[in-house]
Design a protein around this ligand. Structure first.
Ligand SMILES: [Zn+2]
Length: 227
């Protein structure tokens, strides 16, 4: 789960596990959540969605929640959420499902604060990475989870200040620390944050990434970056 928090609102990206618990433990006001974006349909990214909806309802959310995602991700989440028959939770907020494109640099949403675009990654199931451009600060952040190194993510990250990239290992559908560093270097970003880490991550693997891209940081669960 990634949360982008600015003065006005919060955008939540992916919803694996207990997203509400993570928001609260990071000091994020659940009532500030403006929308949810999903990257793909794998369980570690969407399985917490029904629980998150119930917890938002218990926190008193009334207004509809926009949820953005590519068709395969939305289809699965709709089924899983629907299986809980959410209509029986009296007064629960509606979910506004917004299907997004798998095309490169597709516009996902644009408002006064953000321009958000997506491009496909390379994984066992369809997946997108996101680029967030904050209109007030000019800061641009690219987030790519669950992908092999690929040109479409390099292009998406070009011009960004920060790349948040997975480092689950050099296995099909994923990237090693070194591969993530190579993507950061090719994209020309200022800083790289490694997420979705391999359970076998070693100091040597991090050092090897820093040899390629010195401004590399390992961002474990609960990591907070203030911009
Ligand atoms: Zn994953």
């Amino acid at each position: 789960m990634l949360a982008l928090v600015d003065a006005k609102s919060t955008i939540l990206i992916d919803c694996g596990g207990d997203a509400m618990h993570r928001c609260l433990s990071c000091g994020i006001d659940p009532m500030s959540i403006q929308s949810v974006l999903l990257s793909h349909k794998d369980p570690d990214h969407v399985s917490g969605f029904p629980l998150f909806m119930v917890k938002l309802w218990l926190h008193g959310r009334k207004e509809p929640l926009p949820v953005y995602g590519i068709p395969s991700a939305l289809d699965l989440v709709k089924k899983v959420y629907g299986a809980f028959d959410p209509g029986h939770w009296k007064g629960i907020h509606d979910v506004r499902w917004i299907e997004t494109s798998l095309k490169p640099e597709a516009v996902v949403l644009e408002n006064d604060q953000w321009l958000i675009q997506s491009s496909p990654g390379k994984h066992g199931v369809p997946v997108v990475g996101y680029r967030f451009s904050n209109k007030a600060t000019g800061i641009r952040v690219c987030y790519s989870c669950d992908t092999e190194p690929c040109d479409s993510i390099v292009s998406l990250a070009q011009g960004c200040d920060i790349l948040i990239h997975e480092a689950n290992g050099n296995i099909p559908g994923h990237s090693s620390t070194v591969q993530a560093a190579d993507v950061a270097s090719r994209a020309g970003v200022n800083s790289l944050y490694l997420i979705h880490l391999s359970k076998d991550l070693t100091k040597d693997q991090v050092a090897a990434a820093k040899d390629i891209f010195p401004d590399t940081t390992v961002a474990k669960d609960g990591f907070i970056l203030e911009l």
